[in-house]
Every structure is written in C-alpha cells, then in structure tokens.
Design a protein around this ligand. Structure first.
Ligand code: ADP
Ligand code: MG
Length: 503
C-alpha cells in the first residue's frame, strides 16, 4: 500500500543564464516517507528544493500540496504552508537561547512570556529526544543539536514536510545516529522528509525511496530496498553498467626508487576527510576516484594544506616535513590546480601574463617582484608550450575560453617546476580537443619525472591517465586499483561496495 501523497511537483523547469538547472522534473513525497534526493554535484537537487521553498521562481511546472496548487514566494511562506527546511548552514541566532530560537519571530506581541516559552520548549525537546536545555545559548550546542533545534522549530510550526539539505556533512557518527533517531520519530508522526546527502550508506540506512537527478533531469524514482548501490551510482553518473569499454592503458610510470616523492600517514583535515595514508612515487600518475562529494577534493586539499590539516605526518623524499599552508607545500615542490577554476584558479581581471607568473611570484614573495622582462619571457614561453590561444599576454584572462583559461592556470604551476602536481578536474567544462591535450601533457610530465595526482569525474579519463586509482566513498579511502587491466566497471564496483582493508 502506498501512503497518501502530500506533495507533488510536476514538470518543474528552472534555468539560470547558460544552465538548465532543472528540466521537466517530477517529484512526489508521501506521508511518513523518508525520500532521498540523489545526484552528483550540480544535478539540480538544491535548485529543486529552492523552487519548492520559494527561494527561486520556477520557469514552468506546478507544485501541488495536499491536493491544492500552490505558489510559494519565500521560505517564510513555505513554512506557513507546512514546509520546513534545514540547511547545512544553520540559519538561527547563535546568541539567543535554544528556546528563543525555537519561537523567535512568532510571538503575537512583543511581550514574551519567558516561563511559558521555556516550559513549552523543554516539553518539545524532551518529546523529540533532543539533548539540549531551553535556556542554554544556542552557540554552546553542537552543530548536530543546533540542527535538531531548527527541526524542532519546524515541527512546532506543524510542518508536514521537512527538507534536510546535506545536514550530516559536518556531523560525527554519534550525531548522525541522533539525527536519524529524530528523523524516524518524525516519520512515525507522518512527516514526509526529503533528505539530501552525499553519503550513500546513510541513504540506505534511512530512506524508503530514492529519486535520482542528473544534469537537471529526472532519471527516476526507486524503492531504496530494490535499488543496489551500484545501480544507484550508475544512474547518478549516467553510465550503463554494461556499457563499459576497455581502455588502452598507459604504462605505469613508477620508478625503481623506493622512497616516495610524497608520503602521508593518518592525514586528515578540518574539511572532514577521514585520516588516510597516501604515497606517490617519482613519475607516477595516480588519481582519486569516487563520486563528486566522496572526498576526492578534500583529500588533495589536505595534501596541499589548502584546508586546515588536523592530523597526520608528511614526508617528502623520505624527509619529515610540516606543511601548514599552501605556501609551505609550494616551497616543497607541490603544485595544486583547484577544482573551481572560476573562484580559486583564475584572477579574472588580471592579464594572462600576471596569471601565469602568479604562483612563482607568491613563492618568491611579493617584495621581490619578477622584472617585467622576465614575466613576459615566462608568459610567452608557456603560451607557446601549451598552445594558449590569446590575443596577447596583456589580455585579461576573463576573455579567454574555458580551455585556454585552464591552460593558463596549468602554465602557472608548470612555471614553478613542481616535483608533484595535483590536478583537480583539470578537464571539466573544456572542449574535447583541449581535454586530450591536457591528458597528453600529464603523461608527458610524468615521463619527465613529475609525479601527478589527477582527479576527474570521468572515470574513463582517469583510467586512461592514471596507473593507480585510489577509490573514495563517503570521505574515506575504500580501496585501490592498480595494474594495466583496471576497467571502469571495477572502479564503479569499488565505489559502490567499498573494499575496506583492500589498500
Ligand atoms: P546540486 O544541489 O544537485 O549540487 P544545484 O541545484 O545547486 O545542484 O545546481 C544545479 C545547476 O544549476 C548547477 O549547474 C549550478 O551551477 C546551477 N545553479 C544553481 N544555482 C544557481 C544560481 N543561483 N545561479 C546560476 N546557476 C546556478
Ligand atoms: Mg546542493
């Protein structure tokens, strides 16, 4: 028996300049259902939620709530219709008490009856099993408890629908357990819950139903119990399980030298990767494979000290070093091309020349600027080497195509002659020709003895370039694949099942 449908979204479309974030998407939520909304980064999950809660106006489609066609113009209006949302970033007031946060903005007059409010809060917290006292300041509670308080607020407002957009990203195991207990309690009360998370195991633990989005399109709705993890992953990634082509592999580029160029033990960071061990040999190309959000970027950011490193020991060429900042990493011969070219990579208003010399200049220190002549020579050299198409070295990088911008950022790192270069999604969003050029460049650098870590969302590309794949799932390394015959399917199986102890 299917239970009563409380929400129906039909034919939802939403575009942003240049992006169709949602195309004709249907979504249904039932009473007492925990419904996981799944899809890789950028699939459209948050946009669907924001259309539902009136943050964005939809371009097309309708929203039917309890059988009635509704239009929400703001999250407040959504809340008044019984749709509560808890975002990862808490939107409450940290300096007010727990009880004040639960009832803020709702007293009919300015006269607040503290005693009554605190008693009511205590009762609600207690009935939901939330470990907080009404009178303690919200900021003194853990993130998990703060999230629960905002859930309690939504419940008190009689929400029939609760949306949790990645609530568990910063929670530890215990806190996740408590949150899940609360979710089960709400489910028993008939609340329909939309749950978004990157953690696949959590989806299987808590959800009844899964809806998969990919590139803004609905792929389908499934019963969680009837969909295997590997099927889910193949739907999220858009790869048919059978459609696995054999890839011509490159020769592994490992050297006979047994001292790794870079080695880390028990490395972890404030961004939330589990402590991991990692090593790379001279001339080796390895890669972190996994779904978007599995912790690939966080791992390499920990290696480069781009996020605050919270534990671990690092050795470079066998010598113990402390890398506290990216500059430390750079001075030790490590380069890092970040995933987010637009925000972390290019400096839009600066010229191609200044973008190319940036990393070298940072290493030298800004009090010892490169001469104009040197800068121009370097820029010209790399424009030539990488075939960067630009009208001149003085052109603002903003006006180049994505592929050429990416080459400029690559040039920036090559100019520092790194011993170890980390490339996070260097080929995303660029034309096929440039993609292949970058892949070839990676292999050429490896031949010259540079060690590289290559991350791509396209597994086939990783298999082509890397001689070793480190497989991540839920922010943990779950296995490793190396050798000439690794297939896309091997990688996907490992992403789905994990392979703990296999490393
Ligand atoms: P998800 O939550 O599944 O990771 P989003 O819904 O955030 O995905 O994004 C879907 C697509 O819409 C992405 O390509 C994203 O870049 C784009 N997008 C989302 N919000 C905006 C916005 N406010 N302006 C422009 N593009 C956006
Ligand atoms: Mg999102």
């Amino acid at each position: 028996m299917q239970s009563e449908i409380i929400l129906r979204m039909e034919g939802i479309s939403k575009s942003f300049p240049g992006v169709k974030a949602l195309q004709n998407v249907d979504f249904v939520l039932r009473k007492g259902e925990i419904h996981a909304l799944m899809g890789e980064n950028g699939a459209g999950k948050s946009t669907l939620i924001k259309v539902l809660t009136g943050v964005y106006e939809k371009d097309a489609g309708q929203i039917i709530l309890d059988g009635r066609n509704v239009v929400c113009r703001s999250p407040q209006e959504a809340l008044s219709m019984g749709i509560g949302t808890v975002f990862q970033e808490i939107a409450l007031c940290p300096n007010l008490t727990v009880a004040e946060n639960m009832f803020i903005g709702r007293s009919q007059n300015s006269f607040v009856r503290w005693k009554e409010m605190n008693a009511k809060a205590a009762q609600l917290l207690d009935s939901l099993g939330i470990p907080a006292s009404p009178t303690q300041e919200l900021s003194s509670c853990s993130i998990a408890v703060q999230q629960m308080v905002s859930i309690a607020r939504a419940i008190d407002m009689d929400c029939k629908i609760l949306i949790l957009d990645e609530p568990t990203s910063s929670l530890d195991e215990d806190e996740v357990k408590k949150l899940f207990a609360l979710m089960r309690e709400l489910k028993a009360r008939g609340v329909g819950i939309i749950f978004i998370t990157h953690f696949l195991d959590q989806v299987y633990e808590i959800s009844d139903t899964i809806t998969v989005l990919r590139n803004g399109e609905l792929i389908g709705e499934y019963q969680t119990a009837a969909l295997s993890q590997i099927e889910l992953i193949s739907k999220m990634m858009g790869k048919a399980l059978s459609d696995v082509s054999e890839m011509k592999k490159q020769e592994p580029q490992t050297s006979s030298d047994s001292v790794p160029v870079f080695e880390a033990t028990g490395l972890s960071s404030a961004a939330g990767v589990r402590p991991f061990d990692f090593r790379i040999e001279k001339g080796e190309v390895n890669g972190f494979a996994g779904l978007l959000g599995s912790g690939r970027s966080e791992s390499v950011r920990a290696i480069f000290a781009a996020d605050k490193v919270t534990s671990g020991e690092v050795k470079i060429n066998g010598k113990k070093v402390k890398l506290k900042t990216p500059l430390d990493a750079m001075k030790n011969g490590i380069g890092y091309l970040p995933e987010d070219r637009k925000h972390e990579g290019i400096v839009g208003e600066l010229s191609v020349r200044d973008n190319i010399i940036l990393a070298l200049q940072v290493m030298k220190g800004f009090f010892r600027p490169l001469s104009r002549k040197q800068a121009e020579e370097f820029a010209n050299e790399y424009i030539e080497k990488l075939g960067i198409k630009t009208p001149s070295i003085n052109t603002p990088i903003d006006s180049l195509s994505g592929g050429n911008q990416q080459k400029v950022v690559l040039a920036r790192w090559l100019l520092t002659h790194p011993m170890y270069l980390i490339l996070d999604e260097p080929t995303r969003g660029i034309d096929v020709g440039t993609k292949v050029e970058i892949q070839k460049l990676v292999l050429r650098l490896a031949e010259d003895g540079v060690s590289l870590t290559f991350i791509s969302s396209e597994i086939d590309e990783m298999i082509r370039v890397c001689s070793r794949l480190i497989v991540m799932k839920d922010r943990e390394i779950v296995g490793e694949l190396s050798g000439m015959n690794v297939t896309e399917q091997d990688a996907m199986h490992m992403i789905a099942q994990g392979g703990k102890g296999h490393v």
